[in-house]
Every structure is written in C-alpha cells, then in structure tokens.
Write a protein that binds this ligand. Structure first.
Ligand SMILES: NC(=O)c1ccc[n+]([C@@H]2O[C@H](COP(=O)([O-])OP(=O)(O)OC[C@H]3O[C@@H](n4cnc5c(N)ncnc54)[C@H](OP(=O)(O)O)[C@@H]3O)[C@@H](O)[C@H]2O)c1
Length: 282
C-alpha cells in the first residue's frame, strides 16, 4: 500500500500501463508519485542520480522499464534499481515483464535477488500497441505491414495489467506471486486487424512482410536503430508460436476473466484514436 500511507512510485507513469496504474491508485484516493523524465522529482533510467530522490519517501513502486527489458544492459539496470529501492526502505515492488522472453526472465531474477516483496506481472503482447504505440501509425495508414506471419497471440488489455498491478501494490496476498497475463483468446495479427477495422468502420488490412522488409521500411520512416533492433527481435524470435496459448493469470490475480480483444477494439474506436487523419492539404 501503502499500508503506511506512503505514496507509490509509478515508473513509466505516463505510459501505456503506468498511466492506468496511476489513474487507479488516485481513484482509490491513494497517494502516487509519477516516475518519468517529466516527473517531479525527475526519474530517468539513464541517469542514476535521479533514482534515490524519486524513491525517497515512497512505500512501494511499480516498475515498468523503458524501453524494454529485452535490450542489452536492462537486467543490470533494473537489478540495481531494485537493490537501491530495497536498501532504501522501499521493499514492495511490482515488476512488469515480458512473456516468453529469456532476457526479461533474467531481469525478474535480478529484481528478486534484491530481496524485494515482489510481484511479477509477466505480460504478453499488449492490445494497446495498436492504439498507443508503434502499430498505431500502421493502423492509421490502412495497412498493418508486419513480419508477424500467421502466428497467434493472446493480446492482453493494458487495463487488465493495471488492475493486476494495483491489486499487487495494495494487497499483501500477491507478494511472491508471478502472474502470467494474456487475453482470453488467440488471434492472428490479421484477425486482430480485422477486428479493429470492424470496430472503427475503416478499411484496414494486415499485410505480412519479411523481417528485412519491415526493418528497411522502419529505417526509412526514421524509427531509431535501437527500436528497429527490438522489433526485429520481438517479431523474429519471440513471435515464433511460443506464446500461442492463453493463461489464467488475470483470473488468478483478480478472480475474473480478462477483457476480450473485441472489447478493447470497441473502446479504443470510441475514443476516435483510429479516425483517419484530416488531410490538411485538401
Ligand atoms: N508493449 C508490449 O506489448 C509489452 C509486452 C510485455 C512487456 N512489455 C514491457 O513493458 C515495459 C514498458 O511499459 P509500458 O508499455 O507501460 O510503457 P511505455 O508506454 O512504453 O512507456 C513510456 C513511459 O516510459 C517513460 N520513459 C521513457 N523513457 C524513459 C527514461 N529514459 N527514463 C524513465 N522513464 C522513461 C515515459 O515517460 P517520459 O517520456 O516522461 O520519460 C512514459 O511514462 C517494457 O519494459 C516492456 O518490456 C511490453
């Protein structure tokens, strides 16, 4: 809890999952400190001098590493952060990790080694990648060109991730738990895009491309090399079918079913995020 009334530090607190964690804690009237490069105090994974001030006086932390635990160096960085937190009197940590990723599992171990009262939220591909991250531009262009073949993925809703994280931050029963989170249904990327098209009333199609074509197109669009490397790893290695099964993590943590991709698509469409961009030149 902040049984002690102390705030929770939410790292990535303006991002896809962190923003939702912040909203939920505030809705319960619980004190929150948003951890980001724009927070006060500022928190920057790349500037360790910002870590201790951000941890000062908090009772728990939600740890969403940026950009991704699979990137080189991440294991050491999150491990050091966890050690600093625990040694500084912030034992309760909730770590967001990626499912089926050996590097993320090493990061889990590094955080566990700190001796934290730890809950691991090991999550599959977020549905919100289509509306709040790199796949949004694809959707808006009308062609989602990705090297995803016809692998099936049980997309999970970031609202469910946030619900589990908040439960873990506020209830001792989740200490020590590892929740592997998926949605309730396996979908190919083509099927997911078809659901987005139906929900938004727009013509949007999925176009399978090779890893090389995807990397070349991303470079042309000015996507940073590090991000291209990450996407190449995620699509080329992790999306090989190893995650093509659903799990009961949401049910175990919350006692309810996870949200379906169709609910996500309906709600995201209602926000207008997938409306066509106005043609300013017209
Ligand atoms: N996307 C997926 O499908 C997926 C699946 C499983 C696991 N994950 C894991 O999810 C984590 C990311 O969580 P998310 O998607 O909720 O976050 P996100 O939306 O990618 O995160 C953006 C947040 O990170 C902050 N940020 C950016 N650079 C930062 C820096 N140098 N130092 C401190 N904060 C920084 C941003 O705030 P400022 O810009 O203000 O700093 C913002 O709050 C990754 O570790 C990834 O491995 C993702």
């Amino acid at each position: 809890m902040t049984e002690n009334g102390l705030p929770t530090l939410v790292l990535g607190g303006t991002g896809k999952t962190g923003r939702r964690v912040v909203e939920r804690l505030r809705a319960r009237g619980l004190p929150v400190r948003v951890g980001s490069r724009n927070g006060a105090p500022r928190f920057d994974w790349e500037d360790r001098s910002t870590w201790a001030p951000a941890l000062d006086g908090v009772g728990s932390a939600y740890v969403a590493y940026y950009p991704d635990l699979a990137l080189p160096g991440a294991v050491e960085v999150v491990g050091s952060f966890a050690e600093l937190a625990v040694n500084g009197g912030v034992p309760r940590l909730v770590l967001l990790a990626g499912r089926g990723e050996p590097e993320a599992e090493q990061a889990e171990e590094a955080v566990r080694a700190s001796g934290a009262e730890l809950t691991i939220v090991r999550s599959t591909w977020f549905a919100q990648n289509f509306s709040e991250d790199y796949m949004l531009e694809h959707v808006l262009s009308g062609v989602v060109a990705l090297p995803a073949g016809d692998t099936r993925e049980p997309f999970v809703d970031a609202d469910d991730i946030a619900d589990v994280a908040v439960a873990a931050l506020t209830d001792d029963r989740h200490v020590g738990a590892l929740y592997e989170l998926t949605g309730p249904r396996l979908l190919t990327f083509a099927e997911a895009v078809a659901e987005i098209a139906a929900a938004s009333g727009r013509e949007i199609r999925y176009a399978p491309v090779s890893i090389e074509e995807h990397a070349a197109a991303a470079a042309e669009q000015g996507v940073p090399g590090e991000v291209i490397e990450l996407l190449t790893y995620l699509f080329g290695e992790i999306l090989d079918g190893r995650n093509a099964h659903v799990t009961d993590g949401v049910q175990r943590a919350l006692g309810r079913q996870p949200r379906d991709f169709a609910e996500y698509a309906r709600d995201a469409a209602a926000t207008g995020i997938w409306n066509e961009q106005p043609d300013l030149a017209a």
